[in-house]
Design a binder for this molecule. Structure first.
Ligand SMILES: [Zn+2]
Length: 141
């Protein structure tokens, strides 16, 4: 998640794509075809098993990244099923889980972030302990 224009915005854990509140995230591909394409790697990714999502709490920590959160999403449009999940044409968040701390130990006001995300994206946002991955995973069940 990043700050954009003074507001908190969800951003891909891998790409620089930000997720604007109130409208679906739409996949795009730099190769110029409709996304997702079965022969490409493009699309909005989602994993099937919650345990597979936990690893995204660790990763790139660019200066603009304020925190890392997990979410449950709705996917629709063209969807390509993979071994561990899906790549979809469109997605929207259904709920978000905000860890109380960061895996890189950087200071974070998780409660303020959770409140701001709930207001911006109009979805339930829960605070979770990042030190208890099994508890975190059970929240998705
Ligand atoms: Zn593509």
């Amino acid at each position: 998640m990043v700050a954009a224009g003074g507001e908190l915005r969800l951003r891909s854990a891998v790409f620089d794509e930000t997720w604007d509140p109130g409208r679906p995230l739409r996949a795009a591909c730099g190769r110029g075809h409709a996304a997702p394409d079965p022969a490409c790697a493009c699309g909005v990714y989602a994993v099937c098993a919650p345990a597979d999502a936990v690893r995204y709490l660790v990763g790139r920590d660019d200066p603009g990244v304020l925190h890392r959160v997990l979410g449950q999403v709705a996917l629709w449009g063209v969807t390509v099923e993979g071994e561990r999940g899906w790549r979809a044409e469109r997605a929207r968040p259904l709920r978000l889980l905000t860890p109380t701390g960061r895996t890189n130990a950087a200071p974070v006001d998780a409660a303020a972030i959770a409140s701001a995300l709930a207001l911006a994206y109009a979805v339930p946002v829960e605070l979770i302990s990042e030190s208890e991955p099994p508890a975190l995973v059970s929240r998705f069940s």
